[in-house]
Write a protein that binds this ligand. Structure first.
Ligand code: DX5
Ligand code: ZN
Length: 220
């Protein structure tokens, strides 16, 4: 089995101790740090944004994977790059001019990702697939951590895998929402390259470092 990249989500971290949280992930099995930005419009919740990313960046050792759950993301791309984003993912559902947004992200020197909600068909990515560095398949409806994994995601990951092959794209497939030991293996087998995990990693009694190591071991 290929080893996927592991991307713990800060949404589930102790937000009153972001320096300590970022530093303890520095020596963990985390490959990327997943940063969820919510605007209270695209999704029914508000999380954190640019100043918090700047603060995390000062202590981060891994690339920061910014997931923009916001409307009109085109207005904030340069600001997120400047604040420390290494990859920027926008939602298909938030971008009527998706091709332009993807080119803008790449021109900023960031990895360009597109996320699709659980009810958005994979086939809608057909004409943008070749331009992408990352496809994020949402396995919950975005807006909150700690939700249950939607099983239909496994089928969608396989569909993205064949769509990317057909398009000759080497984009990575990322899965986000309700990821745990219970579904990580099948997700990787279906084609997932990056696993985001929030609650599973941060709410475990043994803590995020041990839980990430356990996930890494489980997938070896
Ligand atoms: C959901 C966010 C996710 C979330 C995942 O809207 O995009 O990244 O933090 O959290 P868990 O793993 O708890 O579902
Ligand atoms: Zn996310």
């Amino acid at each position: 089995r290929r080893a996927p990249l592991l991307a713990p989500s800060f949404l589930a971290a102790d937000l009153a101790n972001l320096q300590a949280e970022t530093e303890r992930l520095a020596d963990s099995a985390a490959d990327w740090l997943h940063f969820d930005v919510m605007d209270g419009r695209f999704v029914p919740n508000i999380s954190f944004g640019l100043p918090v990313l700047q603060a995390v960046r000062r202590y981060a050792r891994q690339p920061i994977d910014v997931h923009l759950m916001i409307e009109e993301p085109q207005n904030y791309l340069a600001a997120f790059r400047d604040a420390g984003a290494d990859s920027i993912t926008v939602h298909y559902e938030a971008c009527p001019h998706l091709h332009r947004v993807v080119q803008q992200i790449k021109q900023l020197g960031c990895r360009a990702g597109v996320a699709i909600n659980p009810a958005t068909p994979v086939a809608l990515l057909e004409d943008i697939a070749a331009d992408l560095d990352l496809v994020l398949v949402m396995s919950v409806n975005p807006g909150f951590g700690g939700q249950a994994f939607i099983p239909n995601t496994l089928k969608k990951v396989s569909q993205v895998k064949s769509l990317l092959l057909d398009a000759g794209s080497d984009a990575l497939i990322e899965v986000d929402g309700g990821v745990s030991l219970a579904n990580a293996g099948p997700l990787v087998d279906a084609g997932a390259d990056v696993l985001v995990a929030g609650n599973f990693v941060f709410s475990a009694p043994e803590g995020p470092v041990a839980t990430l190591a356990k996930l890494r071991e489980h997938l070896a």
